[in-house]
Design a protein around this ligand. Structure first.
Ligand code: SAM
Length: 362
């Protein structure tokens, strides 16, 4: 069986967590590089990576790599690629290129050469809105051509209707849970849950459902043998993933999103201010929180009090629980008065650099 190079695009700063997830899911040849993780495997692994991994932002399949010193050589070598083995006849495609430290320096000209070679080989068309998208990287005169097999970024699980004010991306939430050693058999509480991303990701892990079970992917349009998503035997749900928020609209959206994701029975959402927070289960677990930060919503100065109150409440009421907190400012993390060990990041979330702070058991 042919083995391919598959690249898992990772949030910068969280590559190690994506690598750990890939290893846990049985992918081979896992190596971490800045911006992602390389794995090797058959084409079926492209499908599996897209459907089953929670951390990557997207999955690229390498289809060619060769040296080219000038555009005529790029054109000639691109025409030797077996495009038809991956891209169905008559498809529309789009190519983007980036050149670094190379004799070929013109991104658009490079993209155009590859686009012409590929589209002619499959009697297709070139279209900026095409679902099939090729990425050409030219670095030190080495050309690498990959195909984006994901389409929409993978944080879009396909279940979320309502978004809330400043949601954390699902793949970042999943990686934060991993970084906090979350175990699906322990409870989780998000006291400021917004659209419910943390409890829903936690519930999906407990329910044993894969993140890409109901969305479409770019690979649906490629010449790949794709098996249907296998049904999962249902696991009896126990409600142990909780989300609270003072905003009734956020709570409703979180509950709707959990229902759409099929994990309503695992989760409970309620309108409640932070000041009323108490442990919802006798068994301790993980508190995951992504409070407002100044850059995006709220005024930073007023937030110090909120962070301080959060730290005091969990110290007073949540003995035995661990805390994971995502925020943008070290000073806000410090204002909680909690002992943070070994922060993870910073990593970008919606254009803002955030860090995950983690506590030991309180
Ligand atoms: C950054 S958003 C959380 C986003 C969430 N992680 C998601 O993925 O959608 C912060 C949330 O904190 C809530 N919040 C702010 N102050 C609060 C308080 N005192 N008590 C409860 N919730 C609060 C806001 O309503 C908002 O939904």
């Amino acid at each position: 069986m042919d083995s391919y190079d598959i690249f898992l695009v990772a949030p910068p700063g969280l590559e190690h967590l994506v690598a750990a997830e890939a290893r846990d899911c049985g992918f081979q040849g896992v190596t971490q590089v800045p911006g992602g993780v390389n794995v090797t495997g058959p084409l079926a692994d492209v499908v599996r990576a897209n459907r089953e991994l929670r951390g990557p932002a997207r999955v690229l399949l390498r289809i060619a790599s060769f040296r080219a010193m000038h555009l005529a050589q790029l054109d000639k070598r691109s025409r030797k690629v077996d495009w038809a083995s991956i891209i169905p006849q008559g498809s529309a495609l789009h190519v983007e290129a980036s050149c670094r430290k190379s004799k070929i320096y013109h991104n658009k000209a490079a993209a155009q050469r590859v686009a012409t070679a590929a589209s002619e080989a499959i009697a297709g068309t070139v279209d900026a809105d095409a679902v099939i998208r090729l990425k050409v990287r030219i670095e030190d005169d080495m050309v690498t051509i990959s195909i984006d097999t994901s389409g929409d970024a993978l944080h879009k699980r396909g279940h979320k209707g309502a978004m809330g004010k400043a949601p954390i991306r699902e793949n970042l939430a999943a990686l934060c849970l991993r970084a906090c050693d979350f175990r699906p058999d322990e409870p989780l509480v998000d006291p400021m849950c917004g659209s419910g991303t943390f409890p829903i990701e936690a519930a999906e892990l407990a329910a044993g459902v894969i993140p890409g079970r109901s969305r479409g992917f770019a690979f649906d349009h490629l010449a790949l043998d794709v098996d249907p998503v296998p049904p999962v035997p249902p696991i009896a749900a126990t409600t142990r993933f909780f989300g609270f928020d003072r905003d009734q609209g956020a709570v409703k959206s979180a509950a709707d999103n959990a229902a759409q994701a099929g994990v309503a029975d695992w989760t409970r959402f309620a309108c409640q201010p932070l000041s009323d927070l108490t442990p919802p289960t006798p068994q301790p677990g993980l508190i995951m929180i992504n409070p407002p930060y100044g850059g995006r919503i709220g005024n930073k100065k007023q937030l110090y009090g909120l962070y301080g109150a959060f730290g005091q409440i969990v110290k007073d009421r949540f003995a035995g629980w661990r805390v994971g907190m995502v925020t943008s400012e070290p000073s806000l993390a410090k204002a909680t008065g909690l002992d943070w060990a070994d922060p993870v990041g910073p990593f970008p979330n919606g254009g803002i650099r955030v860090t995950l702070y983690r506590s030991e058991c309180l």
